[in-house]
Ligand binder design. Structure first.
Ligand SMILES: Cc1ncc(COP(=O)(O)O)c(C=O)c1O
Length: 353
């Protein structure tokens, strides 16, 4: 995994470390109407639908911006002004969707659990029983605030049983953790170029059930965020409505080639799982405590309790995603050990234990 480099490793949830070849894919310019760019764009969209297992049912609608932009576009486009959203919240990204719904003036209810606890399918079941006005359910696959893995399959089953529509924020999981549209019935999933796909930041995308998107015409609160309009225009001309993030898409095209070469979602997920295991074991050997037990830990980001502090909230996070592998994880642990020595820290156990 290690490439000759002078830049620091990004051990964060994004932006992430990318390969040299992904960066090199940006070393030329494209016009928005270039036949080659139009082909590249179509290839990326098709590949993303395949990765989501949505061939024949779902379509890919990309949008400029960071992950939050595509989350906002998904909610604004798919939830009609007459709709109501149940948002499963156990961290900052669930909370942000509540804020987005408030901005969009879409009624919503937050079904909240603690940050170290998965969201609850039973609570959702009861809420959908009790409130017929709820039209949509939204869940975050891996809540990057803590790294907790949410039970999306159970949530999808409950949502389907109640005949409501499921929207998934798969931002920090897509490309590393499977979520096959054929097995898990969702109407939309969103993710971005720069998490587990290891592209550069700048584009988000939604994988949307075509029938749900067709029914969403006229819902959106804003032209730039209207995924229905974006889709119709892109299908008609193969082009973006507004200036496309050409270089970001070229990098994503290359990143998808490298993702496939690594064995797709299974291969990428396996490397991240190994990274996570090395980190967690190494941190525990140093005496640190992780916030989550192994069963709830997604191989995306590890939250570690700060030594000597009294509250659960005092913690730091280390990412295991991006173009990093075993050497970098061991290198990070070595650095932590060295710094602890320099700081004279003798115990890494939180004081509340
Ligand atoms: C689960 C999840 N949702 C949404 C976002 C927001 O993405 P961005 O910071 O790119 O706007 C993130 C970012 O880390 C995320 O992890």
């Amino acid at each position: 995994m290690t490439e000759p480099r002078r830049e620091p490793w990004l051990l964060t949830p994004g932006p992430l470390t990318t390969s040299r070849t992904v960066k090199e894919a940006m070393l030329r310019d494209w016009g928005s109407r270039d036949a080659e760019f139009i082909k590249l764009n179509a290839r990326v969209r098709e590949r993303l639908v395949e990765l989501a297992g949505g061939q024949g049912t779902h379509v890919c609608v990309p949008l400029q911006g960071s992950g939050t932009f595509i989350v906002e576009a998904m909610l604004g486009t798919l939830v009609p002004p007459s709709g109501k959203v149940a948002i499963l919240v156990n961290g900052a990204y669930g909370k942000r969707m509540v804020r987005i719904c408030e901005y969009l003036r879409r009624p919503c209810v937050a079904l909240e659990t603690a940050e170290d606890t998965p969201v609850s399918a039973a609570t959702l079941d009861a809420s959908l029983d009790a409130d017929a006005a709820i039209t949509h359910v939204v869940v975050v696959q891996c809540e990057t605030t803590s790294g907790v893995l949410n039970p999306v399959e159970e949530i999808a089953a409950v949502t389907a049983r109640h005949h409501r529509s499921l929207l998934v924020d798969a931002m920090s999981a897509f490309g590393a953790l499977p979520l096959e549209a054929g097995r898990v019935p969702y109407d939309a999933l969103v993710a971005s170029s720069n998490k587990c796909l290891e592209g550069v930041p700048g584009v988000g995308f939604a994988i949307i059930r075509q029938t749900a998107l067709e029914a969403a015409r006229g819902n959106a609160h804003a032209l730039s965020f209207d995924l229905h309009d974006q889709w119709v225009a892109m299908e008609k001309t193969g082009q973006w409505r507004f200036t496309p993030p050409t270089h970001v898409l070229a990098a994503l095209d290359q990143a998808l080639v490298e993702h496939a070469a690594e064995g797709g979602t299974a291969g990428r997920g396996a490397r991240y799982a190994k990274n996570c295991r090395i980190l967690v074991d190494g941190l525990r050997r140093l005496g640190f405590e992780t916030l989550l037990p192994d069963a709830l830990q997604a191989p995306i980001i590890v939250t570690v309790r700060i030594p000597g502090k009294l509250t659960v909230a005092d913690s730091f996070r280390i990412g295991c995603i991006g173009r990093l592998g075993e050497d970098e994880m061991r290198g990070a642990l070595e650095n932590i050990k060295q710094i602890l020595g320099e700081m004279g820290v003798t115990s890494c156990t939180p004081a509340h234990r």
